[in-house]
Ligand binder design. Sequence first.
Ligand SMILES: NC(=O)c1ccc[n+]([C@@H]2O[C@H](COP(=O)([O-])OP(=O)(O)OC[C@H]3O[C@@H](n4cnc5c(N)ncnc54)[C@H](OP(=O)(O)O)[C@@H]3O)[C@@H](O)[C@H]2O)c1
Length: 289
Amino acid sequence: MPKGNLTVLGLGAMGSAVATRLREAGYAVTVWNRTAAKAEPHVAAGATAAATVAEAADAGDVVFVVLLDHASVREHLDPAADRLRGKDVVNLTTTTPNQSRETAAWAAEHGIAYLDGAIMAVPDMIGTPGARLLYSGAENAYAIARPALETLGGAEFTGADPGVASLKDMALLAAMDLMLLGYLQAIAMMRTAGATAADTAAEVEDWLAAMLPYGKEIAAIVDGGTYDTGGQNVDFDRAGIGSLITASREQGVSAVLLEPHRKLLDELAAAGHGASDWPRIIDRLTITR
Ligand SMILES: NC(=O)c1ccc[n+]([C@@H]2O[C@H](COP(=O)([O-])OP(=O)(O)OC[C@H]3O[C@@H](n4cnc5c(N)ncnc54)[C@H](OP(=O)(O)O)[C@@H]3O)[C@@H](O)[C@H]2O)c1
């Protein structure tokens, strides 16, 4: 006896991993993909292929959406709204927080229980404890889908605001993005002295591992809100970043990734905050509307 009927829309790298895991966990899985040939290996393994999104929606009590982006989600869900009424829709497609909220509002209008998901994992990790999946939106949708969600990896409900899972996803990806650019800056600088990228990457990894605990100190300064702990201040950091920029240029390496940091520190100093703890930079990141 299958554990339940699930639908997966989208069989790219991630949708295939999700469909495979759900089927292996004992669910009856119906799949749909724009390029129909991608359903063939799933059918050979025991899934059912649907010819249209509407047909796929009929087959599942919970409908997983793993398409490319917000536009492709709305392109295919909107015409099937009537067939999705009363179902749980779990959208694992990467979207912005506002796009998630927009889809949630659309779902509410059509009587669809909507859960927005964010996958902090690559396809190979799906179904392993290392996969972390965040969900936000309708708590009843989460409760219903939870046994299936827990087969995909660690499942965390992050709140009723449907944009929150996506926001956390984007925030963590932004942190990763800035960190990985740092690797490239160091590699570009060190290769002017003949170091391989591999050697520099190993050194950066050790250095960052040693520095990671400092993140919690930065957070404590921000949460304190006074920026007067007497630690590294804006003026001290301006000198430091100035040296990094000069050293890069001396080696014939652009400082384009470092310059925004100096600009923010200069703005703080100009506003009279040279003696403040440097994490006061966060004030410059907040755009008042
Ligand atoms: N891969 C990862 O490591 C990873 C990690 C976290 C989150 N995600 C998210 O998971 C989602 C899917 O990623 P993926 O890795 O599976 O991407 P992918 O391998 O490039 O697959 C994209 C899927 O979207 C479909 N698609 C694209 N445009 C479409 C349209 N206009 N109409 C209908 N279907 C359309 C493709 O259908 P066709 O086969 O017909 O082209 C395919 O099924 C993305 O939002 C991605 O950000 C992926």
